[in-house]
Design a protein around this ligand. Structure first.
Ligand code: 16G
Ligand code: MG
Length: 552
């Protein structure tokens, strides 16, 4: 009595026809079925569209890529916009890969479509066309609408073939596409944003991206007095990833203002292995493969160049990490000063997650007097919150982040650059205008963030040690705990409080009370099958011991 998929399809089609009064013959199901057979799903494999898309061993992803090509076409038809598909697994090991969709304004895919993505990826071969049709019905996709998809990939050995599978999916549904080939994740977000704002944001080419950023950077830094070379040079650990290729391409655009020395550029080492932003942040150690002399300014990108952290060795050879929290602090104090100079009351807010070091939150609120907000982990949550302000600064401690300017604020600032008569105020408005252009408003971007930071340090004549000395991080520790089912832990209050299992939060509270300046929380990871524990206290020993105690 089981209905064949064709029957269910016909039913869906009927429903759709009743709803929209058009027929579904536009979707060539036989072609889709034929194409799909070339990208079979290993039976029983269940994957989830997580915090940053699908991510797992590359060999399990061929069918997912094909189906995300299909889904991107539906999303494009529904939004009547260009949609992006990025093939990357960011900071994960080289053997992994992943895919995420980019929504019209360069944002992460809308949550209801994350569910569609999960359903489609997990449908067994024979059910796939029905699920595809179901999504079209549920999301009211007009199948006659044209679709346009842009595709990008990182440098992983498996990425080229997998992005070809995405293209197969796009083609199976007769979508048009442009393959950008090797690009950083934020570059693909930028392309999507440009294309959907008819070029207003910038030109949707790599050349356009380099031109826009370098022009803003050169304008911003042209008045800086110091010409000493050491001030104008930075060492970059590229995690043996795509960031190296793209920084090389960009180098000559900014070489008048900044000299960039690349390490871990992918010519020898393995992607993300003992290097890159994630390694440096989680091990609190310098990356391998980088020569660091004392007090030299260094930074690390992750594998797809959407994260950045800075670091240096002091004269005693001690390693100092300058994470996303300190980056947010530097940037917001610079922006606040400019606003004061201009004399405009645009509101500014800083968005962090529970992982933000307690010292950073205290410094921002008490010393700098800027309001700080906390959201759940994951770029999309921070990005969303940051959109509420005239100027929304968001950074995760791990180095993901950017600054968003509301349309109204941007218009106001551009207007002031023309109208203000006072030279000092006008100059401040111009600086702010260049800062708007230098930040990637679509997504956190290691290249763009680096240029902003380098510009601020030059303008403020700050050394990396002076920046580091803004506040002292509280000692902290992160641990992973393997549990049978991480979903038994649910949280609230931006992941700072546990709801279930009952009694766990009280137990954590009791442990936290035993230490000074302490704080601890647990949350299920969105990317790995583990529960994460974070603890902070007045000394490293105490932070370690609190983290261990909370780990049961
Ligand atoms: C993903 C997120 C990152 C987050 C991390 C948390 C994006 C682009 N990336 O990498 O923002 O910090 O997941 O991982 O959103 P976790 O849930 O395993 O701790
Ligand atoms: Mg990344």
């Amino acid at each position: 009595r089981e209905r064949s998929w064709r029957d269910s399809l016909l039913l869906s089609a009927l429903e759709w026809t009743i709803q929209f009064g058009e027929d579904l013959l536009d979707m060539d199901l036989d072609a889709i079925t034929e194409y799909s057979a070339l990208h079979p799903k290993p039976s029983g494999l269940i994957l989830q569209y997580g915090t940053a898309g699908f991510r797992t061993k590359a060999e399990h992803l061929d069918h997912v890529m094909f189906r995300m090509g299909l889904l991107a076409v539906l999303r494009s038809k529904q939004t009547k916009s260009t949609i992006g598909v990025m093939v990357t697994a960011s900071h994960n090991p080289e053997e992994d890969n992943g895919v995420k969709l980019v929504d019209p304004l360069g944002e992460m895919l809308a949550p209801s479509w994350e569910e569609h993505a999960t359903c489609l990826a997990n449908a067994e071969e024979q059910d796939m066309p029905r699920v595809l049709m179901d999504i079209s019905v549920k999301a009211a996709v007009n199948l006659q609408q044209d679709a346009f998809i842009v595709i990008g990939r990182d440098t992983r050995p498996t990425s080229e073939k997998l992005s070809q599978s995405v293209i197969d999916g796009v083609t199976a549904l007769e979508g048009q596409f442009h393959d950008y080939g090797l690009v950083t994740t934020p570059q693909l977000h930028y392309m999507v944003y440009c294309r959907n704002t008819s070029g207003q944001y910038g030109e949707a080419t790599l050349e356009g991206y380099y031109q826009k950023l370098s022009k803003a950077f050169m304008e911003l830094t042209k008045q800086t007095l110091c010409s000493e070379d050491e001030y104008r040079s930075v060492k970059v650990d590229c995690a043996n990833g795509i960031g190296a290729l793209k920084l090389k391409e960009m180098e000559h655009y900014v070489s008048q203002g900044l000299s960039v020395q690349l390490f871990n550029d992918g010519t020898k080492g393995k992607l993300n292995h003992l290097c890159g932003a994630d390694f440096v942040k989680s091990h609190q150690k310098p990356p391998q493969g980088m020569e660091m002399k004392s007090n030299e300014r260094c930074c690390s990108f992750d594998g797809d160049a959407d994260r950045i952290v800075y670091h240096y060795l002091d004269v005693d050879g001690h390693f100092h990490l300058i994470d996303g929290d300190k980056i947010a602090t530097l940037i917001s104090s610079f922006l606040k000063e400019l606003l004061l100079e201009i004399g405009e009351s645009l509101n500014i807010g800083v968005v962090q997650t529970a992982y933000a070091n307690g010292s950073s939150t205290r410094y921002l609120e008490e010393v700098m007097k800027v309001p700080v907000y906390c959201t759940k982990t994951g770029v999309k949550h921070l990005h969303h919150k940051a959109q509420e302000f005239d100027i929304g600064v968001y950074f995760e401690a791990n180095g993901h982040g950017t600054v968003l300017f509301s349309k109204a604020a941007e218009t106001k600032i551009r207007q002031l650059t023309k109208e203000l008569e006072d030279e000092k105020r006008k100059a401040a408005a111009k600086m702010l205008e260049n800062v708007i252009d230098l930040f990637n408003q679509a997504a956190g971007d290691a290249i763009s963030d680096m240029l902003v930071i380098e510009a601020i340090l030059m303008l403020k004549d700050l050394t990396i040690q002076q920046w580091d000395a803004l506040y002292m991080d509280l000692p902290n520790r992160q641990l992973k705990v393997k549990v049978a089912d991480r979903q038994v832990i649910s949280t609230t209050d931006a992941e700072r409080q546990v709801v279930t299992p009952p009694g766990l939060q009280e137990a954590i509270n009791d442990l936290v009370k035993k230490y000074k300046l302490s704080r601890a929380f647990v949350r299920p990871s969105g990317t790995e099958d583990v529960v994460r524990v974070y603890a902070e206290a007045d000394s490293q020993e105490n932070a370690d011991s609190l983290a261990r105690a909370v780990s049961f």
